[in-house]
Design a protein around this ligand. Structure first.
Ligand code: DSN
Length: 427
């Protein structure tokens, strides 16, 4: 059933005119999605809004080419301009993070992780990482991912009291399990990660250390969170979360590991690179090198802290008591509602979030006791602390009275009005 929420209709993008003429059904779907994004508040911690320049590069003729191999060493002719684009993407990424080597071909974050495992770990060897239910990621050893099936997995969680990583416990587990690769980085961990401590633990047991910074990459690039590059052996990331680029992955490491990483990506596990996406990654890295991106990253964290303060002020419980980064993890146990119920109720008001497991979760990942809330996308729209306090008030009101449909309808109208003041693409 389609819902009428789309009060702010803005001019249709001109670049959709061909699509409208040739495929009305898909053009209509894209238009509906545009209006959903325009009129709602996107608080999924892993999502963002790319610039029009990134959109243009992604939708460009750079997609018309096979370019298997790497710049200067391709398996197809006619790659001279693709070489230039990929070289720029690599160089800009190296500059952004201070990396010796960068591979920009991974199609996704999981494939970036897979390449590191493939290059440096044999089947059946031990991978040590954070539990998915406590903030980790599927590709860090979950039994339902290839990682949990191809490797022996040992996992650490957060301290049951403080709900932050206890490095002493991680070290103890590493000594016992002797992993080949120690993974740090998370998809639902609101606190700072000490990459140096992880590398030292790995060094102490003869392991490699891999940091998956997908969520916090933009913060690491700008010094808003400590950078893992140059500290741990391998850094993997996606390019579309806080980094605000096209959907994709990347790997950074020191020169000594470059050949093994590049071989693992191609020909090891990928075929033709997505050159339109790599071109758009270059645009994203260029944008991230500008001083304004540092301001943006700082504002993401200020906004998350402002939202956290508001939610705490409404007596809601935040896992670990707050946030250091772009996300907040709410524990809804005291409200007697599930993450699923909360996600649905907030969705009706145009506030998009995702249900999330919390430490010591006793519900399934489809239901959960928690909610993950992130500020990268609303910060991209220009929202600041004042709007975060307002959104925090909306969220708290709904969570405390989840069946109050009149209240949800009232907040929905206010959300549309607020969203309308912060267009996706003001220009
Ligand atoms: N799906 C991403 C997230 O939401 O965190 C991780 O891959």
């Amino acid at each position: 059933m389609e819902k009428k929420r789309y009060y702010h209709i803005r001019t249709t993008f001109l670049y959709m005119s061909h699509l409208s003429a040739t495929d009305r059904e898909i053009a209509d779907i894209i238009e509906k999605e545009r209006l959903r994004q325009l009129n709602g508040l996107e608080l999924i911690a892993s999502e963002n809004l790319v610039s029009k320049a990134v959109l243009e590069a992604m939708g460009s003729i750079m997609t018309n080419k096979y370019a298997e191999g790497y710049p200067g060493k391709r398996y197809y002719g006619g790659c001279e301009f693709h070489d230039m684009a990929e070289n720029l993407a690599r160089d800009r990424l190296k500059t952004l993070f201070g990396a010796q080597h960068a591979n920009v071909q991974p199609h996704s974050g999981t494939q970036a992780n897979m390449a590191v495992y493939f290059a440096f770990m044999k089947l059946g060897e031990t991978l040590m990482s954070m539990k998915l239910s406590q903030g980790g990621h599927l590709s860090h050893g979950s039994p339902v991912s290839f990682t949990g099936q191809f490797y022996k997995v040992a996992q650490y969680g957060v301290d049951p009291e403080t709900e932050v990583i206890d490095y002493g416990v991680v070290e103890e587990l590493a000594r016992k399990e002797r992993p080949k690769i120690l993974v740090c980085g998370a998809s639902a961990y609101p606190r700072t990660i000490d990459f140096k401590a992880f590398q030292e633990i790995a060094d102490g047991v003869g392991a490699y250390c891999m940091a998956d910074i997908a969520h916090i990459a933009g913060l690491c690039a700008t010094g808003v969170h400590p950078n893992s590059v140059g500290v741990v052996n391998f850094t993997t990331t996606t390019t579309h979360k806080t980094l605000r680029g096209p959907r994709g992955g990347a790997i950074m490491c020191n020169t000594e590991y470059a050949q093994a990483i590049d071989k693992a990506i191609f020909p090891g596990m990928q075929g033709g690179p997505l050159m339109h996406t790599i071109t758009a990654k270059a645009v994203c890295f260029h944008e991230a090198l500008r001083p304004s991106f540092t301001d943006y990253s700082r504002q993401i964290v200020k906004n998350a802290k402002a939202m956290a303060d508001t939610l705490i002020g409404h007596d809601l419980r935040l896992v670990s008591g707050g946030t250091d980064n772009h996300l907040i993890l709410l524990d809804l146990t005291a409200q007697g509602i599930t993450g699923l119920e909360a996600e649905i109720a907030l969705g009706k008001a145009g506030i998009t979030v995702n249900k999330n497991t919390i430490p010591n979760e006793n519900r399934s990942p489809f239901v959960t006791s928690g909610l993950r809330i992130g500020t990268p996308a609303v910060t991209s729209r220009g929202m600041k602390e004042e709007q975060m306090h307002q959104i925090g008030d909306y969220i708290a009101s709904i969570l405390k009275d989840i069946s109050n449909t009149a209240q949800i309808a009232r907040i929905e109208k206010e959300v549309i009005a607020m969203a309308g003041k912060y267009p996706l693409y003001p220009e």
